[in-house]
Design a protein around this ligand. Structure first.
Ligand SMILES: C[S@@+](CC[C@H](N)C(=O)[O-])C[C@H]1O[C@@H](n2cnc3c(N)ncnc32)[C@H](O)[C@@H]1O
Length: 282
């Protein structure tokens, strides 16, 4: 007689066999040794995340064939992982050239059917409307997992476009625009499901700017609830060692800094019931 299986409503992990899922991480510290370059992933874009972030979160927070929505698609790491793990996907990216590059990475029989890549500004109402239309063509009212991997304000300038969050003139403007995207993401996500915010901090004028905590706060204003903060090491995308590293070491010693070796994978969820908050904190 086969034993009945038991699942959390948001994943295909069979809880009756929980001991067999050693490849799925449940600790809040992720020390990733190297970027996963298998399964179609390439390191062709400065500012992408390591595929393991997508692997881990898709396996934990989605079931096969469910829909992942990524509102800062970049070079398409999230899309490629969706192909690999048999998830459906909708991605939005501002930069038209990147959109074309990502479309070329997707198997043609999946493109515009299971994997949708849209060019657009994720802060705009019109873009959210287009995403909703695409979801409907996929037979869904909402997405099952939301990925938010915005620019870390102006640390890397992704384009010259004024709509690019990396060109926001100051911190408040960056956070305001991020909040608008988070609000669209909240509305497009099914109640009870998860959102992943990938973000790092920065230094400015001798001060730490804790972008991760500020963005988390904005997500809470929008109505998300926090589930976990994972700290992950920065691997795979580091700039070359050598002079620059020595310079940072010098600056750290002289100015009292610590050199960033980590970023955050913040797990949030949209509560099952209750409407989104329109109230802004201070
Ligand atoms: C940190 S990268 C995302 C990288 C992605 N996770 C990957 O693995 O390739 C942020 C991306 O957001 C895009 N972006 C910036 N402002 C945007 C906006 N208003 N709407 C949509 N995309 C935007 C940038 O062009 C950039 O590609």
């Amino acid at each position: 007689m086969t034993r009945p299986k038991k699942f959390a409503p948001f994943s295909d992990i069979d809880l009756t066999r929980w001991r067999e899922y050693e490849h799925i991480w449940t600790d809040s510290l992720w020390l990733i040794e190297a970027r996963d370059r298998t399964g179609g992933h390439q390191l062709d874009y400065h500012g992408n995340f390591v595929p393991q972030i997508a692997t881990q979160t898709y396996l934990r927070y989605t079931r096969a064939d469910e829909i992942v929505l990524d509102l800062f698609l970049g070079s398409g790491t999230g899309a490629i992982e969706a192909v690999r793990l048999n998830r459906r996907f909708v991605g939005v990216e501002l930069n038209p050239e990147l959109v074309e590059t990502v479309r070329k990475k997707i198997p043609p029989d999946l493109l515009d059917r299971r994997i949708h890549i849209l060019q657009g500004d994720s802060t705009r109402e019109e873009t959210a409307r287009r995403v909703r239309e695409v979801l409907r063509t996929m037979g869904a009212e909402s997405a099952h997992l939301l990925i938010l991997h915005p620019p870390y304000h102006d640390i890397i300038r992704f384009s010259d476009s004024a709509a690019d969050l990396s060109n926001a003139p100051d911190l408040e403007a960056f956070l305001d625009r991020f909040e608008v995207v988070a609000r669209h993401g909240f509305d497009l996500l099914a109640p009870g499901r998860f959102a992943i915010l990938v973000i790092g901090d920065k230094y400015e004028r001798g001060e730490l700017v804790p972008l991760g905590f500020y963005c988390l706060e904005r997500c809470r204003w929008v109505g998300f609830r926090p589930k976990a903060i994972v700290v992950k090491n920065i691997t795979g995308n580091e700039r070359g060692k050598g002079r620059a590293t020595n310079l940072w070491r010098y600056r750290a010693l002289a100015g009292g800094y610590y050199i960033f070796k980590h970023e955050y994978v913040i797990i949030l969820f949209r509560p099952e019931s209750g409407i989104r908050s329109t109230e802004h904190a201070p």
